[in-house]
Design a protein around this ligand. Sequence first.
Ligand code: ASP
Length: 329
Amino acid sequence: MKSLLVFAAAAATLFGAHAQTFPGSKPVTFVVPFAAGGPTDRVARDLAEAMRKSMGNGANFVVENVNGAGGTIGANKVAKAAPDGHTLLLHHIGMAAAPGLYRKLQYKPLEDFEYLGMINEVPMTLIGKPQLVANTYRDLENLIRTDAAKLNIAHAGLGSASHLCGLMWQAAINAKEPMTTIPFGGTAPAMNALVGGQVDMMCDQTTNTSGQIEAGRVKAFAVTTAKPLKSNKLLKDLPTLQEMGLKGFDLTIWHGLYAPKGTPPAVLAQINTALKLALKDPDFIKKEEGLGAVVVTDKRVEPAAHKEFVTAEINKLKPVIEAGGKFAD
Ligand code: ASP
C-alpha cells in the first residue's frame, strides 16, 4: 500500500501541471508521412485507438496523412510543429534512411525531435502483379536478370521502406540494369496499381501485403527477414532471401513515435506511459500479429533506447544505400 502511495505521488510530480491539462479537448494528431490505407497508416490508426484507451481522460487521437518525398514532407511538418504534444510523427525506417538518400534534408532526424519510443517490427515481402510471368522466386530473379529494364518496381518515394528494399534487393542479386522505379505517395496507391496490373513489382510490409496475398490478388515470392515467418499461417512457406542465396539479406521495418523538439518533459512522459500501455493492449497486439508484425516491449519503448537504435540504423543504412546507389534514381 505504502509503495502504491509513493508511486502515485511520484507520478503526480512526474506529470506535473502540464499533464493535468494535456491533452485537454484538443485532439492529438498522428502525422503519417504516407498515404491513407497503407501500412504505416494502418499502424497509426490501430495505435490511435489503443492510445485513446490508454491515455484515458477523454483523449482524442486523429491521423493526418502528409504524403510525399519518401516520408520527408510529413517528418518536416512535425519537426516544425508547435512542441505541445498535439502533433506527433509516426514514421518507419525512413527516419533513418533519409539522411543517406537526401543531400539536403530540411530537418535533422536526431536533433529536431523528441523520441517517444519504438512501436513494432514488420517483415517485408517481395510481390508481383497477378499477370507477371514469374511464379517462383527463382523465376523472378531470372526475369530481372534478363529483362530488368523492361520491368518496373513501385515504391513510396525516395527513402521509403519499399524503395530501400527494392534497391537493396537489386544490388544483392547484382542486377545488370536497374528496373524503372515508379514512386507513389504511399504503398496503398502503389498496391492498387499492382493489383490492377499497371506496375510489375513491389516490396512492402506484411501489414499491407498479407490481405492481398491471402485474396490471391498479387503473387508473393519471398520474405526479407533473416528467418522464415514460421508462426504466420499465410506467410510461413515463403522463402527468405537468404535461403534463396542472398547472403546476409535481412530487412525488417520498424515504426516509432516522435514529438517536435522542445515538447515539455511532463507531456512526453505522459505520452510515453500511454504508448507503453497501448503496446500491451491485447486488441492492438492481436491486430498487429495477424498482419505479421511484432509489437516491441518496454525496453525498446524507452526514448533514449529508441534514439540509440535510430542512430545505429542511420549508420548501418548509409553504406547499404551507397552500395545500392545505381538503383536509387
Ligand atoms: N510501406 C510504405 C513504404 O514503402 C509506406 C506506406 O505507405 O506506409 O515506405
